[in-house]
Design a protein around this ligand. Structure first.
Ligand SMILES: Cc1cc2nc3c(=O)[nH]c(=O)nc-3n(C[C@H](O)[C@H](O)[C@H](O)COP(=O)(O)O)c2cc1C
Length: 192
């Protein structure tokens, strides 16, 4: 049996995101971010396809992404309110990692399993950032699901899409706990 890791269990039983809009500078620099990306890349991946990659959005790139969000919003007929909300993710952002799902052709591994693995990378990165003492939040938004925006903003190819935008910076104030699921309602025990 692997040894019991109480610190890891305590972290997992208490971890929670910090809303992106409450995060402040500093964000991790490249040296501080690398171990977090390494932890995220240590994610279950059926067939060793590595169906994901990272695009690190540093502060100077945020204004360009906010402007591209407005452009995408106008093209998609979004309301001024929707555009302003989507822009704010980038206007307020200090550093974010776009976790990109990269679908790989495989006779054996279904596409959905590659999607699951990309989602798992998002959580692994979020948890690594939180465990390292950063505030972090997994966001998406309508723009991140738009292929034209994703191509122009992040250089994504047609077989790629955004699994999540993981914002990482410094916590300014601890958020209150939120209601957690009722495990009894979610869990079925099968003993035969
Ligand atoms: C795939 C995905 C996309 C999300 N996108 C957004 C978003 O765009 N905006 C938002 O306010 N919350 C979004 N959330 C929810 C936040 O990440 C929220 O902080 C999180 O559910 C809090 O969970 P925790 O307290 O267990 O860390 C998203 C969550 C997931 C899993």
């Amino acid at each position: 049996m692997p040894p019991r890791n109480d610190a890891a269990l305590t972290f997992l039983l208490s971890r929670r995101s910090r809303p992106a809009k409450t995060l402040v500078a500093p964000a991790p620099d490249r040296a501080a971010l690398m171990p977090l990306l390494r932890a995220a890349a240590r994610t279950p991946d059926h067939g060793k396809l590595e169906p994901w990659r990272f695009v690190v959005i540093e502060r100077p790139a945020m204004a360009r992404l906010a402007d591209l969000t407005s452009k995408a919003g106008a093209r998609l007929g979004k309301s001024a309110e929707d555009i302003a909300k989507a822009r704010s993710q980038f206007e307020l952002g200090h550093l974010a990692v776009a976790v990109v799902e990269v679908q790989k052709a495989s006779p054996k591994i279904p596409a959905i399993e590659q999607t699951y693995s990309a989602g798992a990378v998002c959580l692994a990165l979020l948890n690594a950032a939180l465990a390292a003492g950063w505030g972090a939040n997994w966001l998406s938004g309508w723009a991140s699901h738009d292929p034209d925006f994703s191509a122009e903003a992040f250089g994504l190819h047609p077989h790629e899409r955004i699994a999540g935008l993981i914002h990482i910076a410094t916590e300014a104030s601890a958020p209150p706990e939120r209601p957690r699921p009722d495990l009894d309602a979610l869990t079925t025990w099968m003993d035969q």
